[in-house]
Write a protein that binds this ligand. Sequence first.
Ligand code: GDP
Length: 381
Amino acid sequence: MAEGNGRKINRHSLEEKPIQDNGSAAQEKGGTGDAPAVNPELGKLIRHRKRKTWSPDELAEGILKGNVPMLSRAITLVESHHPRHQEMAAQLVEKCLPYAGKSIRVGITGVPGAGKSTLIEALGNRIASPEQKLAVLAVDPSSSRSGGSILGDKTRMELLSTNPYAFVRPSPSGGTLGGVARKTRESVILCEAAGYSVIFIETVGVGQSETMVHGMTDFFLLVLIPGAGDELQGMKRGVVELADAVLVNKADGDNAGKAERAVSDYASAMHLLPPHPGKWTPRVMACSAKTNAGIDVLWNTINEYITLTKANGYFETKRREQNLDWLQETILDLLQSEFYRHPGVASLLQKYTAEVAKNKITPYFAARHLMETYHQKKITL
Ligand code: GDP
Protein backbone atom coordinates (compact mmCIF):
# COMPACT_ATOMS: atom_id res chain seq x y z
CA MET A 1 0.00 0.00 0.00
CA ALA A 2 1.02 3.57 -0.44
CA GLU A 3 0.42 4.42 3.21
CA GLY A 4 3.53 5.64 4.93
CA ASN A 5 5.50 5.34 1.72
CA GLY A 6 5.04 8.09 -0.79
CA ARG A 7 7.02 6.28 -3.47
CA LYS A 8 5.14 3.02 -3.74
CA ILE A 9 1.96 3.23 -5.71
CA ASN A 10 -0.48 0.45 -6.43
CA ARG A 11 -4.03 0.27 -7.74
CA HIS A 12 -5.48 1.00 -4.31
CA SER A 13 -3.31 4.05 -3.77
CA LEU A 14 -4.98 7.24 -2.65
CA GLU A 15 -2.53 9.07 -4.77
CA GLU A 16 -2.80 9.88 -8.44
CA LYS A 17 -1.55 7.11 -10.69
CA PRO A 18 1.87 8.00 -12.12
CA ILE A 19 1.83 9.48 -15.57
CA GLN A 20 3.15 6.97 -18.08
CA ASP A 21 6.53 8.12 -19.28
CA ASN A 22 9.79 6.55 -20.25
CA GLY A 23 11.92 8.67 -17.99
CA SER A 24 10.13 7.88 -14.76
CA ALA A 25 13.00 5.87 -13.27
CA ALA A 26 15.35 8.78 -13.78
CA GLN A 27 12.87 11.15 -12.20
CA GLU A 28 12.28 8.87 -9.23
CA LYS A 29 16.03 8.81 -8.56
CA GLY A 30 16.31 12.54 -8.81
CA GLY A 31 17.96 12.53 -12.25
CA THR A 32 20.84 10.83 -14.03
CA GLY A 33 23.37 11.92 -16.58
CA ASP A 34 20.53 12.16 -19.12
CA ALA A 35 18.64 14.66 -17.01
CA PRO A 36 18.75 17.58 -19.48
CA ALA A 37 16.40 15.57 -21.72
CA VAL A 38 13.74 15.92 -19.01
CA ASN A 39 12.03 19.24 -18.56
CA PRO A 40 12.61 20.11 -14.87
CA GLU A 41 9.23 21.82 -14.63
CA LEU A 42 7.53 18.72 -16.03
CA GLY A 43 9.49 16.61 -13.55
CA LYS A 44 8.20 18.77 -10.69
CA LEU A 45 4.67 18.50 -12.02
CA ILE A 46 4.91 14.73 -12.29
CA ARG A 47 6.29 14.45 -8.78
CA HIS A 48 3.53 16.70 -7.56
CA ARG A 49 0.89 14.64 -9.38
CA LYS A 50 2.25 11.44 -7.90
CA ARG A 51 1.84 12.78 -4.40
CA LYS A 52 -1.60 14.25 -4.93
CA THR A 53 -3.73 13.31 -1.96
CA TRP A 54 -7.40 13.98 -2.41
CA SER A 55 -9.13 16.00 0.25
CA PRO A 56 -12.44 14.77 1.72
CA ASP A 57 -14.18 17.59 -0.20
CA GLU A 58 -12.67 16.55 -3.53
CA LEU A 59 -13.42 12.88 -2.90
CA ALA A 60 -17.01 13.65 -1.88
CA GLU A 61 -17.51 15.75 -5.00
CA GLY A 62 -16.18 12.93 -7.21
CA ILE A 63 -18.31 10.32 -5.43
CA LEU A 64 -21.50 12.34 -5.80
CA LYS A 65 -20.79 12.57 -9.53
CA GLY A 66 -20.52 8.77 -9.62
CA ASN A 67 -16.81 8.88 -10.44
CA VAL A 68 -15.64 5.26 -9.94
CA PRO A 69 -11.87 5.88 -9.51
CA MET A 70 -12.70 8.49 -6.85
CA LEU A 71 -15.00 6.00 -5.13
CA SER A 72 -12.18 3.46 -5.17
CA ARG A 73 -9.75 5.95 -3.67
CA ALA A 74 -12.29 6.93 -1.05
CA ILE A 75 -12.76 3.30 0.00
CA THR A 76 -8.98 2.93 0.20
CA LEU A 77 -8.99 5.91 2.55
CA VAL A 78 -11.71 4.30 4.66
CA GLU A 79 -9.72 1.06 4.79
CA SER A 80 -6.49 2.77 5.85
CA HIS A 81 -5.18 2.17 9.37
CA HIS A 82 -3.38 5.51 9.40
CA PRO A 83 -4.94 7.85 12.02
CA ARG A 84 -4.80 10.87 9.67
CA HIS A 85 -6.51 8.87 6.92
CA GLN A 86 -9.11 7.71 9.41
CA GLU A 87 -9.83 11.31 10.36
CA MET A 88 -10.15 12.26 6.68
CA ALA A 89 -12.35 9.21 6.07
CA ALA A 90 -14.64 10.24 8.93
CA GLN A 91 -15.06 13.69 7.36
CA LEU A 92 -15.70 12.15 3.96
CA VAL A 93 -18.33 9.74 5.28
CA GLU A 94 -20.01 12.61 7.10
CA LYS A 95 -20.24 14.54 3.83
CA CYS A 96 -21.67 11.55 1.96
CA LEU A 97 -24.13 10.46 4.64
CA PRO A 98 -26.98 12.79 3.57
CA TYR A 99 -26.91 11.17 0.10
CA ALA A 100 -26.78 7.59 1.39
CA GLY A 101 -29.28 5.08 2.70
CA LYS A 102 -31.43 4.65 -0.37
CA SER A 103 -30.14 1.29 -1.55
CA ILE A 104 -31.21 -2.27 -0.95
CA ARG A 105 -28.49 -3.93 1.10
CA VAL A 106 -28.22 -7.67 0.64
CA GLY A 107 -25.93 -9.92 2.70
CA ILE A 108 -24.81 -13.17 1.11
CA THR A 109 -23.12 -15.93 3.05
CA GLY A 110 -22.18 -19.57 2.57
CA VAL A 111 -19.11 -21.74 2.96
CA PRO A 112 -16.28 -21.48 0.42
CA GLY A 113 -17.30 -23.36 -2.71
CA ALA A 114 -21.05 -22.91 -2.19
CA GLY A 115 -21.09 -20.78 -5.32
CA LYS A 116 -21.47 -17.29 -3.86
CA SER A 117 -19.32 -15.50 -6.40
CA THR A 118 -20.84 -17.45 -9.31
CA LEU A 119 -24.25 -16.47 -7.97
CA ILE A 120 -23.31 -12.82 -7.50
CA GLU A 121 -21.92 -12.77 -11.01
CA ALA A 122 -25.13 -14.31 -12.43
CA LEU A 123 -27.55 -12.20 -10.40
CA GLY A 124 -25.40 -9.08 -10.70
CA ASN A 125 -25.22 -9.22 -14.47
CA ARG A 126 -28.94 -9.85 -14.55
CA ILE A 127 -29.90 -6.80 -12.46
CA ALA A 128 -27.17 -4.20 -12.99
CA SER A 129 -28.38 -1.44 -15.29
CA PRO A 130 -28.03 2.33 -15.68
CA GLU A 131 -31.11 2.73 -13.45
CA GLN A 132 -29.97 0.12 -10.96
CA LYS A 133 -26.25 0.16 -10.32
CA LEU A 134 -24.80 -2.61 -8.19
CA ALA A 135 -21.88 -2.51 -5.76
CA VAL A 136 -20.36 -5.72 -4.40
CA LEU A 137 -18.32 -5.55 -1.21
CA ALA A 138 -16.71 -8.47 0.58
CA VAL A 139 -16.10 -9.21 4.23
CA ASP A 140 -13.48 -11.86 4.67
CA PRO A 141 -12.72 -12.76 8.30
CA SER A 142 -9.87 -15.02 7.23
CA SER A 143 -7.93 -12.10 5.81
CA SER A 144 -8.23 -10.10 9.03
CA ARG A 145 -6.88 -12.99 11.07
CA SER A 146 -4.20 -14.51 8.93
CA GLY A 147 -3.61 -12.12 6.07
CA GLY A 148 -4.76 -14.94 3.75
CA SER A 149 -8.06 -14.59 2.00
CA ILE A 150 -10.79 -17.18 1.46
CA LEU A 151 -12.88 -14.94 -0.72
CA GLY A 152 -9.91 -14.21 -2.90
CA ASP A 153 -9.50 -11.19 -5.06
CA LYS A 154 -11.39 -9.42 -7.74
CA THR A 155 -10.67 -12.00 -10.43
CA ARG A 156 -13.46 -14.13 -9.00
CA MET A 157 -16.18 -12.07 -10.66
CA GLU A 158 -14.50 -11.34 -13.93
CA LEU A 159 -17.58 -10.59 -15.98
CA LEU A 160 -19.25 -8.49 -13.33
CA SER A 161 -16.04 -6.56 -12.75
CA THR A 162 -16.18 -5.34 -16.34
CA ASN A 163 -19.89 -4.50 -16.21
CA PRO A 164 -20.13 -0.68 -16.40
CA TYR A 165 -23.06 -0.66 -13.97
CA ALA A 166 -21.33 -2.78 -11.35
CA PHE A 167 -18.57 -1.98 -8.90
CA VAL A 168 -16.76 -4.95 -7.38
CA ARG A 169 -14.48 -4.32 -4.44
CA PRO A 170 -12.35 -7.06 -2.84
CA SER A 171 -12.31 -7.36 0.92
CA PRO A 172 -10.10 -5.13 3.04
CA SER A 173 -7.32 -7.04 4.73
CA GLY A 174 -6.06 -6.75 8.26
CA GLY A 175 -7.56 -5.28 11.37
CA THR A 176 -10.05 -6.51 13.91
CA LEU A 177 -13.51 -7.80 13.02
CA GLY A 178 -14.88 -4.56 14.52
CA GLY A 179 -12.56 -2.57 12.30
CA VAL A 180 -13.67 -4.53 9.24
CA ALA A 181 -17.30 -3.86 10.17
CA ARG A 182 -16.70 -0.13 10.35
CA LYS A 183 -14.87 -0.07 7.03
CA THR A 184 -17.61 -2.06 5.34
CA ARG A 185 -20.38 0.13 6.74
CA GLU A 186 -18.56 3.26 5.64
CA SER A 187 -17.91 1.76 2.20
CA VAL A 188 -21.66 1.09 1.90
CA ILE A 189 -22.35 4.78 2.60
CA LEU A 190 -19.84 5.84 -0.04
CA CYS A 191 -21.27 3.44 -2.65
CA GLU A 192 -24.79 4.67 -1.94
CA ALA A 193 -23.70 8.29 -2.26
CA ALA A 194 -22.11 7.35 -5.59
CA GLY A 195 -25.50 6.20 -6.83
CA TYR A 196 -25.38 2.44 -6.29
CA SER A 197 -28.91 1.36 -5.48
CA VAL A 198 -28.21 -2.29 -4.76
CA ILE A 199 -25.33 -3.34 -2.49
CA PHE A 200 -24.29 -6.96 -2.08
CA ILE A 201 -22.07 -7.75 0.89
CA GLU A 202 -20.55 -11.17 0.58
CA THR A 203 -18.99 -13.12 3.40
CA VAL A 204 -17.82 -16.64 4.13
CA GLY A 205 -19.74 -18.84 6.52
CA VAL A 206 -17.09 -18.99 9.18
CA GLY A 207 -16.51 -17.08 12.39
CA GLN A 208 -18.73 -14.20 13.37
CA SER A 209 -18.78 -12.49 10.02
CA GLU A 210 -22.33 -13.63 9.18
CA THR A 211 -23.70 -11.92 12.28
CA MET A 212 -21.74 -8.82 11.37
CA VAL A 213 -23.02 -8.75 7.79
CA HIS A 214 -26.57 -9.52 8.94
CA GLY A 215 -26.20 -6.46 11.18
CA MET A 216 -25.59 -4.16 8.24
CA THR A 217 -27.95 -5.49 5.57
CA ASP A 218 -31.69 -5.47 4.89
CA PHE A 219 -31.92 -8.97 3.46
CA PHE A 220 -29.73 -11.89 4.41
CA LEU A 221 -29.23 -14.82 2.05
CA LEU A 222 -27.68 -18.14 2.99
CA VAL A 223 -26.25 -20.13 0.08
CA LEU A 224 -25.99 -23.90 0.56
CA ILE A 225 -25.15 -26.83 -1.67
CA PRO A 226 -27.19 -29.99 -1.95
CA GLY A 227 -25.95 -33.21 -0.46
CA ALA A 228 -23.62 -31.77 2.14
CA GLY A 229 -24.77 -32.07 5.73
CA ASP A 230 -25.03 -29.02 7.95
CA GLU A 231 -21.87 -30.04 9.77
CA LEU A 232 -20.05 -30.34 6.49
CA GLN A 233 -21.15 -26.88 5.51
CA GLY A 234 -20.04 -25.51 8.85
CA MET A 235 -23.47 -24.05 9.43
CA LYS A 236 -24.67 -23.38 12.89
CA ARG A 237 -28.37 -23.23 13.58
CA GLY A 238 -27.82 -19.56 14.42
CA VAL A 239 -26.92 -18.71 10.84
CA VAL A 240 -30.00 -20.42 9.43
CA GLU A 241 -32.04 -18.37 11.91
CA LEU A 242 -30.59 -15.16 10.52
CA ALA A 243 -31.50 -16.04 6.94
CA ASP A 244 -34.40 -14.34 5.15
CA ALA A 245 -33.90 -16.90 2.41
CA VAL A 246 -31.96 -20.12 2.06
CA LEU A 247 -30.77 -20.81 -1.44
CA VAL A 248 -29.77 -24.32 -2.41
CA ASN A 249 -27.35 -23.69 -5.24
CA LYS A 250 -25.99 -26.05 -7.91
CA ALA A 251 -29.46 -27.44 -8.57
CA ASP A 252 -28.42 -28.69 -11.99
CA GLY A 253 -27.35 -31.94 -13.67
CA ASP A 254 -27.12 -34.87 -11.28
CA ASN A 255 -27.65 -32.55 -8.33
CA ALA A 256 -31.16 -31.45 -9.33
CA GLY A 257 -32.94 -34.22 -7.34
CA LYS A 258 -30.72 -33.75 -4.29
CA ALA A 259 -31.40 -30.01 -4.40
CA GLU A 260 -35.15 -30.56 -4.35
CA ARG A 261 -34.81 -32.83 -1.31
CA ALA A 262 -32.58 -30.29 0.42
CA VAL A 263 -35.17 -27.58 -0.25
CA SER A 264 -37.95 -29.57 1.37
CA ASP A 265 -35.73 -30.59 4.32
CA TYR A 266 -34.78 -26.98 4.98
CA ALA A 267 -38.33 -25.76 4.48
CA SER A 268 -39.61 -28.12 7.20
CA ALA A 269 -36.69 -27.29 9.51
CA MET A 270 -37.35 -23.56 9.13
CA HIS A 271 -40.97 -23.99 10.21
CA LEU A 272 -39.59 -24.68 13.66
CA LEU A 273 -37.74 -21.38 13.90
CA PRO A 274 -39.14 -18.48 15.89
CA PRO A 275 -41.33 -16.10 13.85
CA HIS A 276 -39.47 -13.53 11.75
CA PRO A 277 -39.57 -10.06 13.38
CA GLY A 278 -40.54 -8.48 10.04
CA LYS A 279 -43.60 -10.74 9.63
CA TRP A 280 -41.84 -12.39 6.72
CA THR A 281 -41.83 -16.10 6.07
CA PRO A 282 -38.23 -17.05 5.20
CA ARG A 283 -38.07 -18.82 1.86
CA VAL A 284 -36.13 -21.85 0.82
CA MET A 285 -35.45 -22.22 -2.87
CA ALA A 286 -33.19 -23.95 -5.35
CA CYS A 287 -31.15 -22.31 -8.06
CA SER A 288 -28.30 -22.88 -10.42
CA ALA A 289 -25.89 -19.99 -10.64
CA LYS A 290 -24.37 -21.82 -13.59
CA THR A 291 -27.51 -22.10 -15.74
CA ASN A 292 -29.28 -19.08 -14.21
CA ALA A 293 -32.27 -21.25 -13.27
CA GLY A 294 -34.02 -19.71 -10.26
CA ILE A 295 -32.09 -16.43 -10.42
CA ASP A 296 -35.21 -14.41 -11.28
CA VAL A 297 -37.20 -16.06 -8.49
CA LEU A 298 -34.45 -15.11 -6.06
CA TRP A 299 -34.45 -11.47 -7.15
CA ASN A 300 -38.26 -11.33 -7.02
CA THR A 301 -38.14 -12.78 -3.51
CA ILE A 302 -35.69 -10.10 -2.38
CA ASN A 303 -37.95 -7.40 -3.81
CA GLU A 304 -41.02 -8.96 -2.24
CA TYR A 305 -39.28 -8.86 1.12
CA ILE A 306 -38.28 -5.22 0.70
CA THR A 307 -41.82 -4.23 -0.32
CA LEU A 308 -43.37 -6.06 2.64
CA THR A 309 -40.95 -4.75 5.26
CA LYS A 310 -41.09 -1.20 3.95
CA ALA A 311 -44.89 -1.35 4.15
CA ASN A 312 -44.98 -2.73 7.69
CA GLY A 313 -42.23 -0.46 9.04
CA TYR A 314 -39.74 -3.24 9.81
CA PHE A 315 -37.29 -2.02 7.17
CA GLU A 316 -36.91 1.35 8.92
CA THR A 317 -36.90 -0.16 12.41
CA LYS A 318 -34.12 -2.54 11.47
CA ARG A 319 -32.05 0.23 9.86
CA ARG A 320 -32.48 2.36 12.98
CA GLU A 321 -31.38 -0.49 15.24
CA GLN A 322 -28.43 -1.17 12.98
CA ASN A 323 -27.39 2.48 13.26
CA LEU A 324 -27.50 2.28 17.04
CA ASP A 325 -25.41 -0.91 16.94
CA TRP A 326 -23.02 0.89 14.64
CA LEU A 327 -22.66 3.66 17.22
CA GLN A 328 -21.88 1.15 19.97
CA GLU A 329 -19.39 -0.68 17.80
CA THR A 330 -17.70 2.54 16.75
CA ILE A 331 -17.28 3.66 20.35
CA LEU A 332 -15.72 0.31 21.25
CA ASP A 333 -13.55 0.34 18.15
CA LEU A 334 -12.29 3.87 18.81
CA LEU A 335 -11.59 3.15 22.46
CA GLN A 336 -9.79 -0.03 21.58
CA SER A 337 -7.57 1.48 18.90
CA GLU A 338 -6.75 4.51 21.05
CA PHE A 339 -5.90 2.22 23.95
CA TYR A 340 -3.58 -0.01 21.94
CA ARG A 341 -1.91 2.95 20.23
CA HIS A 342 -1.03 4.49 23.59
CA PRO A 343 2.79 4.31 24.00
CA GLY A 344 2.67 3.37 27.71
CA VAL A 345 0.19 0.60 27.09
CA ALA A 346 2.08 -0.68 24.08
CA SER A 347 5.33 -1.07 26.05
CA LEU A 348 3.70 -2.73 29.10
CA LEU A 349 1.43 -5.02 27.11
CA GLN A 350 4.15 -7.41 26.03
CA LYS A 351 5.44 -7.81 29.59
CA TYR A 352 1.95 -8.40 31.02
CA THR A 353 1.01 -10.79 28.26
CA ALA A 354 4.01 -12.95 29.12
CA GLU A 355 3.22 -12.80 32.85
CA VAL A 356 -0.43 -13.73 32.34
CA ALA A 357 0.64 -16.61 30.11
CA LYS A 358 2.89 -17.90 32.93
CA ASN A 359 0.11 -17.45 35.49
CA LYS A 360 2.21 -14.91 37.40
CA ILE A 361 -0.54 -12.32 37.41
CA THR A 362 -4.24 -12.50 36.66
CA PRO A 363 -5.68 -11.08 33.43
CA TYR A 364 -7.81 -8.76 35.54
CA PHE A 365 -4.78 -7.36 37.39
CA ALA A 366 -2.94 -6.85 34.10
CA ALA A 367 -5.93 -5.18 32.48
CA ARG A 368 -6.44 -2.83 35.46
CA HIS A 369 -2.79 -1.80 35.40
CA LEU A 370 -2.88 -1.19 31.69
CA MET A 371 -6.00 0.94 32.11
CA GLU A 372 -4.30 2.94 34.87
CA THR A 373 -1.27 3.47 32.67
CA TYR A 374 -3.54 4.61 29.88
CA HIS A 375 -5.32 7.14 32.12
CA GLN A 376 -2.20 8.43 33.93
CA LYS A 377 -0.31 9.01 30.72
CA LYS A 378 -3.30 10.73 29.27
CA ILE A 379 -3.34 13.23 32.15
CA THR A 380 0.39 13.93 32.17
CA LEU A 381 0.73 14.12 28.38
P1 GDP B 1 -17.70 -19.43 -3.50
O1 GDP B 1 -16.43 -19.86 -2.87
O2 GDP B 1 -18.88 -19.66 -2.60
O3 GDP B 1 -17.66 -18.03 -4.02
O4 GDP B 1 -17.94 -20.40 -4.76
P2 GDP B 1 -17.66 -20.18 -6.30
O5 GDP B 1 -18.66 -19.27 -6.89
O6 GDP B 1 -16.23 -19.83 -6.48
O7 GDP B 1 -17.95 -21.63 -6.88
C1 GDP B 1 -17.24 -22.78 -6.46
C2 GDP B 1 -17.31 -23.81 -7.57
O8 GDP B 1 -18.67 -24.22 -7.76
C3 GDP B 1 -16.84 -23.29 -8.92
O9 GDP B 1 -16.11 -24.30 -9.56
C4 GDP B 1 -18.11 -22.98 -9.65
O10 GDP B 1 -17.97 -23.11 -11.05
C5 GDP B 1 -19.06 -24.05 -9.10
N1 GDP B 1 -20.46 -23.60 -9.14
C6 GDP B 1 -20.96 -22.45 -8.66
N2 GDP B 1 -22.29 -22.38 -8.87
C7 GDP B 1 -22.63 -23.53 -9.51
C8 GDP B 1 -23.88 -24.06 -9.98
O11 GDP B 1 -24.94 -23.47 -9.90
N3 GDP B 1 -23.82 -25.30 -10.55
C9 GDP B 1 -22.68 -26.01 -10.67
N4 GDP B 1 -22.74 -27.21 -11.24
N5 GDP B 1 -21.50 -25.53 -10.23
C10 GDP B 1 -21.46 -24.31 -9.65
